[in-house]
Design a protein around this ligand. Structure first.
Ligand SMILES: Cc1cc2nc3c(=O)[nH]c(=O)nc-3n(C[C@H](O)[C@H](O)[C@H](O)COP(=O)(O)OP(=O)(O)OC[C@H]3O[C@@H](n4cnc5c(N)ncnc54)[C@H](O)[C@@H]3O)c2cc1C
Length: 289
């Protein structure tokens, strides 16, 4: 199929892009990498009157270290994140997850701002934004505001942006950790995840001092498991730890089923992935930040 007719504009500043969205009175849509939007246009599942192409806005593409966080411009391509030495050293869980994001051709075009805004519950970057406790910097007609990742994802494929707002930057705090893991199962490598988990721990001499846990593919949005994180704090590290962690994760999540996998299978997968992730996180050597 072909898209319904639309007007195309290609601004070179964020302010001009916001202005174009405002002028479209709710009938505008932003185009980033086009990897999710173009199929929706072609199937006429969305029919914007105006398409606002962000690709000419150079200021939206960057990866920068700033104090204790890494700032990523919304138009930064998945492949740039995957190949960035800065991401590998400061956000290693993200670096490990990026090669699971779709296939190479899609990673060459797809952007982090597009992935977060599309809000697919089985997509890696939305889950990573929760995992790291990221903040999204958003620009609209009345200026810029910051949205915490945990407030951004409202439902499957639904975010909290107003129609005239554009994500311009995402800030990822650097975690103090000395063990981490990212585990995922998809039907084929590069497909959307059936289930996935990200874990990081700060290990003391014999206990877990701090932990981060997030999962995806099992609910309508990605989930950060703060209760599980709390239960891990201060817990003794021993051989039973991966099994206990698996139980904690599966008892705090009730997986969804769909045409790709039943709820029971996803729940089982999550338990297996959690066990494997904790084994890896506890086996990691040294500070791998
Ligand atoms: C076959 C296939 C497999 C895939 N597998 C995976 C996978 O395994 N994991 C995964 O994470 N992703 C996967 N994807 C999705 C891919 O990562 C997309 O790149 C991503 O979802 C959308 O990014 P984009 O830059 O292409 O956004 P676009 O398609 O251009 O836009 C997507 C949506 O976000 C909005 N938008 C874009 N940028 C902004 C912005 N800065 N501010 C506000 N709104 C914005 C658009 O208006 C649109 O509604 C897959 C895609 C395909 C086609």
């Amino acid at each position: 199929m072909k898209p319904a007719k639309f007007e195309y504009v290609a601004p070179v500043t964020v302010a001009a892009a916001v202005e174009a969205l405002l002028a479209a009175s709710g009938e505008g849509k932003v185009l980033a990498g086009g990897q999710s939007l173009l199929p929706l246009l072609n199937f006429r599942m969305t029919r914007p009157a105006v398409l606002v192409d962000l690709n000419g806005i150079k200021e939206l593409s960057f990866i920068e270290l700033r104090d204790d966080y890494v700032a990523i411009g919304a138009l930064t391509r998945h492949r740039e994140i995957e190949q960035s030495p800065l991401i590998a050293s400061k956000l290693p869980v993200m670096a490990a997850a990026m090669r699971h994001v779709a296939h190479l051709a899609i990673r060459n075009r797809g952007t982090i701002g597009g992935s977060l805004s599309h809000a697919d519950p089985a997509a890696e970057l939305p889950m990573l934004s929760l995992f790291y406790g990221a903040s999204l910097l958003v620009q609209g007609p009345s200026g810029r505001r910051i949205i915490a990742a945990e407030d951004f994802f409202v439902d499957a494929l639904t975010n909290c942006l107003k129609p005239e707002e554009i994500v311009v930057e995402i800030d990822f705090p650097i975690l103090q950790q000395n063990g981490w893991a990212f585990e995922e199962v998809a039907r084929r490598f590069g497909d959307f995840a059936l289930a996935s988990i990200a874990v990081s721990v700060r290990r003391g001499a014999s206990t877990i001092e701090d932990a981060r846990v997030a999962v995806m593919g099992v609910a309508d949005t990605p989930l950060r498991l703060k209760e599980v994180e709390g239960q891990l704090r201060g817990i003794a590290i021993d051989d039973q730890m991966p099994d206990r962690f698996s139980e904690l994760v599966t008892s705090s999540v009730s997986a969804n089923g769909d045409l790709h996998a039943s709820a029971e299978y996803r729940q089982h997968l999550l338990g297996q992935l959690a066990r494997r992730a904790m084994q890896t996180a506890l086996a990691s050597e040294g500070d791998r930040r």
